[in-house]
Ligand binder design. Sequence first.
Ligand SMILES: [Zn+2]
Length: 142
Amino acid sequence: MINSLTEALSKFRSEVISTEDTVLWVKANSSSTAQISRTSYLKLKRGNPLPACVEALPACNKCSGIFVFGEFTSYSAFEMFDDQLKQSLSKNEIRNISEPQWQTLLPEVLGGAIFYECCSCGAIWLLVLPERAQRGSWTRIA
Ligand SMILES: [Zn+2]
């Protein structure tokens, strides 16, 4: 029994319920989706709950504070990020996880992609490694 949108989304994020079940829950409980934007709601109804997760499930200071989100501005920015990430990993603030089942909902990534989960709030982050013309990025995806 799921009682709220945030509960449905966090169960989806941690793979307790499938994408399909998440979408079905949302369709049956559309009155409880007022907290997310229309865009995220439509994406959710069409089968992608990820933007709604980022909107409705808050991330804590530990994972949000690791580095600036988005594409790395340079290779040295990536190296600075990498140092910060290693510190967070060694303090068990964040952990490396295997690819979630729902990663097929993400745009395809060229090169290496590594998934991390915050040990405090459960937010999922994606590191795309810099490679050739690609600068790489650090983004919260769920
Ligand atoms: Zn966190």
